[in-house]
Design a protein around this ligand. Structure first.
Ligand code: PMP
Length: 291
């Protein structure tokens, strides 16, 4: 990953990809004082770009640091990265972290840095392929209480349980893992939110201890526009037997149907197809009519 050609925006400068390095005594590396975003550009436009920049700044604030760039500056930097790398359909990864001035638990004297990289990360599957659904394993790791960790931030520290869960699931032949929360309620996958369908109702867990994904919010709106009743509520794992369809949502995952979560089976059908198509339509930039 670090040996590619291309350019990375690093503290206000475009630097060659291979030279975008940091010191081993970086606070963010030792104490997880790091926040990031995952965004996708479609046809040259980042979907919900400002919302991602605002969330990045907010995640930094939650970790008690100020990213030294405004939303407008971050927006301009992201456009520059796409342009300089000649990318139109791409994944965009801004990351902010505390630097290497001091190395001990307090981080206040460490400079906050920001870098933005972008690369091609296609949606590999056709709609037909996607509709086969992916298989998920229950994770042994639980999403912690918001009193234990600031779980609404997109912060590096929260991904330790995601990496552990996903690596274990993949080693067991599954595509991903579904995590319960500290109360034993259904929470989310390791990089995506989860939805369940029964007839014309769609249920999704209340995001009170995990990320309220930007794709999740978009899907709720699209589902309502397509005539579904969307219910956000606490869902117990044993309730999964009542649902017919299941799908994940996330910037990278987009809308990904699920065929299996542990002992529960689902059959991706009309709701998955309708919402995959609605999401594709929503992320595609609208051509402004010629005057
Ligand atoms: N939960 C986790 C743990 C994630 O990493 C992501 C991806 N950012 C999501 C949910 C979905 O968030 P979004 O739709 O904003 O990409």
């Amino acid at each position: 990953m670090d040996q590619r050609e291309g350019w990375i925006w690093f503290d206000g400068q475009l630097v060659p990809w291979k030279d975008a390095k940091i010191h081993v005594l970086t606070h963010g590396l030792h104490y997880a004082s790091s926040v990031f975003e995952g965004e996708r550009a479609y046809g040259g436009e980042i979907f919900k770009s400002r919302q991602h920049s605002e969330r990045l700044i907010q995640s930094g604030k939650t970790l008690d640091f100020t990213i030294p760039y405004s939303v407008d500056e971050i927006e301009a930097a992201k456009r520059l990265v796409l342009e300089k790398n000649g990318l139109v359909d791409a994944y965009v990864r801004p990351v902010a972290w505390r630097g290497s001035e001091e190395l001990s638990v307090p981080g206040r004297n460490n400079k906050v840095h920001l870098a933005i990289a972008s690369w091609v990360w296609p949606s590999y599957f056709s709609v037909e392929e996607k509709l086969k659904g992916i298989r998920l394993e229950w994770s042994r790791w639980k999403r912690p209480s918001p009193e234990t960790i600031p779980s609404s931030a997109k912060a590096a520290g929260l991904y330790m349980i995601c990496t552990l869960s996903k690596d274990a699931a993949m080693a067991n032949g599954y595509a991903d893992a579904l995590m319960l929360d500290y109360r034993g309620l259904v929470a989310e996958a390791t990089g995506a939110n989860v939805f369940f369908v029964k007839g014309d109702e769609i249920h999704t867990p209340t995001p009170d201890c995990f990320l309220n994904g930007i794709t999740r919010q978009t899907l709720i709106q699209l589902a309502r526009e397509n005539g579904y009743k969307v219910v956000e509520r606490h869902i117990k794992p044993e309730e999964l037997a009542d649902f017919e369809e299941c799908f994940l949502t996330g910037t990278a995952a987009e809308v990904t149907p699920v065929s299996e979560i542990g002992e529960f089976k689902f059959k991706p059908a009309k709701a998955c197809t309708t919402l995959i198509n609605a999401y594709t339509e929503a992320v595609t930039p609208k051509k402004v009519a010629a005057e």
